[in-house]
Design a protein around this ligand. Sequence first.
Ligand SMILES: [Zn+2]
Ligand SMILES: [Zn+2]
Ligand SMILES: [Zn+2]
Length: 303
Amino acid sequence: MMPTRQGSFRLFRLFGIDVHLHWSWLFVAIYSVSVRVPNYRSPVWALLEYLALFLIVLMHEYGHSLACRSVGGQADQIVLWPLGGVAYVSPPPRPGAVLWSLAAGPLVNVVLFPFLVAAIIVGERAGWETNHADLNRFIWAVGMVNALLLGFNLMPVYPLDGGQILRAVLWFFIGKARSLTVATVVGFLGGAVFVLYALLHADLWLGVLSLFLIMNCWRGFQEARMLRRVEQLPRRPEFACPVCRSAPPIGAYWRCQQCRQPFDPFASSAVCPHCGSVHAVTACPDCGQSKPILAWDVRVHDV
Ligand SMILES: [Zn+2]
Ligand SMILES: [Zn+2]
Ligand SMILES: [Zn+2]
């Protein structure tokens, strides 16, 4: 359950990243602007406040996307929808690369924080509260939104940034699969607390968001189970990934680029037994890096 290109239209493309807007966002935008109108003398400021929120969310998502690219990952799409923004990032499956791609989003809000505080202080000194009441309210609202977004995103509730950062940190110590299990279990507990809070305060938005988080936790939990199964497969000790040193599993877990049939490149020197095509590189199921089969062979290195 993630917003996709379906139901959204492309706003613009910047730094090679397409920014899409989901249609449902427009309704929420109209509602959000209308509830802000009474806070200002001129309704234009209500619109500006919502646009500033939009911009902060966008910058946060660009933080994720550009950081993911900087470590060799793929990131070419951001979708903005009522629950915020989603940056479609696939960093290389290494804990450091994943951690940086995740931390860079909240880091944007951390960088913005002192500037917004400075603007509030300048406003206080210049007496904007009396002579520029709308501007003063606007700056306070933007400062609060940035701080709230930062605080909320850093909560360790998978798949919020905080929950995914927790997972990436644990990955260093207990591995790819178990770190995801722990993070999603913590996420379920956090999601349950959110649901309780949403029910007690009749907060529809938080209720919808909590269900979304819990569904994603369930997906992550299932993925962790699958990863654990992969980790437990029998391995070939005579091969090791040139990047992460893990031995490949024994079995037809690779797909031929030519005929799309599954095969085991380590059993046939990277030649597909179905169509005979030779594969220049073989991808590591653990770290995702592709290297020539000879580079995998520990016996070659030993000579
Ligand atoms: Zn984020
Ligand atoms: Zn083939
Ligand atoms: Zn590897």
